[in-house]
Write a protein that binds this ligand. Sequence first.
Ligand code: FAD
Ligand code: NAP
Length: 339
Amino acid sequence: MSLQVQAQVSLKPFNSFGVDVRAQLFAEAHSDADVREAVAYAAAHDVPLLVIGGGSNLLLTADIQALVLRMASRGIRVISDDGDRVVLEAEAGEPWHPFVQHTLAEGLAGLENLSLIPGTVGAAPMQNIGAYGVEIKDVFAGLTALDRQTGELRDFSLEECNFAYRDSLFKQQPGRWLILRVRFTLHRVAHLHLEYGPVRQRLTEQGIEQPTPADVSRAICSIRSEKLPDPAVLGNAGSFFKNPLVPAALVAQIKQQHPDLVAYAQPDGQMKLAAGWLIERAGWKGFREADAGVHALQALVLVNYGAATGLQLLELAQRIQKDIAERFHVELEMEPNRY
Ligand code: FAD
Ligand code: NAP
């Protein structure tokens, strides 16, 4: 038996909001055998199992009456290589950004726009992580997950994952699939995505006209570091709300009062609004009550100045939702997973 189960463990170091709640039981899984042991332990002790990675997309609002299993499995391997197209597999517990850096150091392109996202490889498919015009569905080659209903391992293809904007089958069926490892299709010949946000401008400012994937990664890291709070310094879970997809007619209506509204046309005819713009325009940017606040540089990010509870952060988020609904008739959906 290799699984070490501890009782009454503070989860403060294990969630990027830095919220201080306790797990009734806590263990780390370094292998498939640990995962199976944890599933059996939870069943034998009649407690739920909550799987976490880096805790960077969690809002913990109370002590967790469960066995919290932190994925800590490591390993990166080449599955196939045809000279240009390389399929890599990484274990769920691999930290995401170091994995991205590893691929770039190996001369493999595809993940550069997803640089500096906190968390683990295993959680990346949960909300189909995305940034600067790339989502993991764009480089996804498959994954292996444990079905907690049957105890069987199952391989998923791209089509089977139901990936959508910050969404997937795994998010739609919470608790059912325990992702063990993920595969990515990367390329030695890069096809860069530079037309999103300030990426190309940043490269031009640096005098880089023919960027490599590593140049793009560095540019994105520098842009992100300027406006996003580092969770090690200021607790946060990144964007707290998804960017809402709304009908074009609503955009036209809001634009009558707010001609500078930021909205992006989607292939299906809907419009994506920048939730950060709505929240800023409603006056919440920089707001603080006790230790819960809205980041002063990016209104989409809620922050914990130290001792905020998950409930205080949730309450603030609900006040913002209500205000945005009243002002703009737009429903904001929370992005972090709440427990
Ligand atoms: P956790 O927070 O630990 O878990 C998230 C969810 O996945 C939970 O429901 C958990 O139960 C489940 N889960 C975790 N691991 C597994 C597994 N192996 N199998 C099954 N279920 C699992 N997200 C973006 O999409 N784009 C960004 O640009 C981005 N930027 C961010 C910037 C900052 C500063 C922060 C703090 C967050 C940001 N995020 C972003 C959100 C977050 O980093 C990602 O969602 C990340 O993938 C979460 O990984 P994690 O390992 O921390 O997951
Ligand atoms: P930004 O560049 O200030 O842009 C604001 C919003 O407008 C973004 O959320 C983005 O939507 C959208 N946008 C910008 N350019 C676009 C384009 N050309 N086409 C369509 N939509 C466009 O955003 P930011 O806050 O600094 O974040 C930069 C990127 O990192 C974004 O992709 C963002 O999603 C990602 N990010 C995510 C998190 C998270 O926790 N989920 C945290 C930080 C950053 P999208 O969000 O749909 O891309």
